[in-house]
Write a protein that binds this ligand. Sequence first.
Ligand SMILES: Cc1cc2nc3c(=O)[nH]c(=O)nc-3n(C[C@H](O)[C@H](O)[C@H](O)COP(=O)(O)OP(=O)(O)OC[C@H]3O[C@@H](n4cnc5c(N)ncnc54)[C@H](O)[C@@H]3O)c2cc1C
Length: 512
Amino acid sequence: MRRLVDVIVGPDDAGPEGLAQAAAVLLGVERSRITGLDLKRRTIDARQRRVRLNVSLEVWVDEAFVPSTGPYAPSLPTLVGEPEVVIVGSGPAGLFAAWALARRGIRSVILERGADVRGRRPALARLNREGHLDQQTNYCFGEGGAGTFSDGKLYTRATKRGDVGLVLDLLVDVGAPERIRYDARPHIGTNRLPQVVTRFRELLEAAGVVVRFGARFESLLLNGQTVRGVRLADGEVITARAVILATGHSARDVYRSLFKQGVAMTAKGFAAGLRIEHPQALIDGLQYGASAGHRNLGAAPYSLSCTDEAGVGVYSFCMCPGGFIVAAATETDGVVINGMSPHARGSKFANSGLVVSLSPADVGGGVLGGLDYQAALERAAFTAGGGGFRAPAQRVTDFLARRVSADLPTCSYRPGLTSVDLWELLPRRISEPLAAGLRQFEQSMRGYVTAEAVMLGVESRSSSPLRIDRHETTCVSPSHRGLYPCGEGAGFAGGIVSAALDGVRVANALGS
Ligand SMILES: Cc1cc2nc3c(=O)[nH]c(=O)nc-3n(C[C@H](O)[C@H](O)[C@H](O)COP(=O)(O)OP(=O)(O)OC[C@H]3O[C@@H](n4cnc5c(N)ncnc54)[C@H](O)[C@@H]3O)c2cc1C
């Protein structure tokens, strides 16, 4: 017999034996009759620092246990004929679009400006060690897109936008840990993501999808207002009956090219600010109290949000427990900060973006105003950092006191830090809400504002500052037939899972 139960346990009992004992008590059976457990959902509840785990389980009683193993997602047919659809970008949106098209028997070619995963590693090493940026292959560009070297958090609020379970199942099939199927806050980790991405690509290629690296989209091939394919930076022309544009929100050259070609786009709100780093042990203590450091809990995350007196939103973004801050720049004169964590989240640092909501009216400059605003922030950070992608930084207590830090704590950001007054770098529209937000965060998480925490900038790419318009159900651009804007760069996603869901959605909307 198999029974579904929900148990609530402390960290000590969150291992397999503790869960089996708790399930036995709940079901009123001898522990020895339980042959196995299949976890369905696992949530850590750390309210009031009294840590409890809520676990939903399928309990196998008196029956030989057969652990669930993949494959979980439907398989792909073998594709024949010439590729009909061009997908620009091999991030989650592009990869999942290719998969969903393949499910429908439609063969596509994915064009990716950067290198494959293997080629990305030396480019990242050079950036971290020598401060040399490869503008085509970096933390944002290359196989798997911006999420390949990240924390790989897979939590999303976009559950109404598609089948999140399908995305997770597919990721497990290509090597992601099984637990992402039941953890309430699943993540893969930067040490495992590259292999997952490579295996995903190999799955697509085995079905007949063509994947090309070092193939940079330059412009649309147009016949009037109808898209006939794409032109690459080296002059090559590739024809197709449809183009799915999934180039992410860092490809500013793509936005500018589309703007020139008259593609319909709209400015939208976005967020910008800084990234903050604390010792992970400090965050563990603030979140988990006496249970801090427990092996069944791991490194503690946090999520903070508030509005200042003027109603401006300030929030933590892409929090990476046990992680590292990385140089996510794509332009040679701009510093951009982001974060990542390995699967075990074992580093001694906890970092998170701290960003302020901005509206198109705040940044001005029309449709491309947000791009210019982001770029100006990044250039100011580069100059203040003193070059080599060193980041301008300040202790959080000094930021609030408006004084330059006499020294800075050890930080995980490899290119290095330069001590500055961040108030001189940031527009008041960002620094003032940020300071107000920090004071409020300290109220809800006592000890968060500490001299041990350092803030560095700039966190300018949390979301796209514009939307490439598309029809709600057909997903076609209203200005250009055959053009399907997709994913985060088109303004329809924010994060790995929502970008993947959008890829599936666009592929399913594309006419046969
Ligand atoms: C360091 C870092 C950490 C992150 N951590 C997380 C996380 O933990 N969880 C999470 O949900 N999200 C995270 N994100 C955000 C997440 O990666 C993105 O939301 C997601 O990847 C967006 O998917 P996408 O497919 O829309 O675009 P992208 O992933 O940006 O992919 C776009 C692709 O298009 C390619 N491209 C761009 N221009 C061209 C061109 N002209 N020609 C050909 N190819 C082109 C790029 O090289 C890129 O591969 C992180 C991002 C970064 C940078």
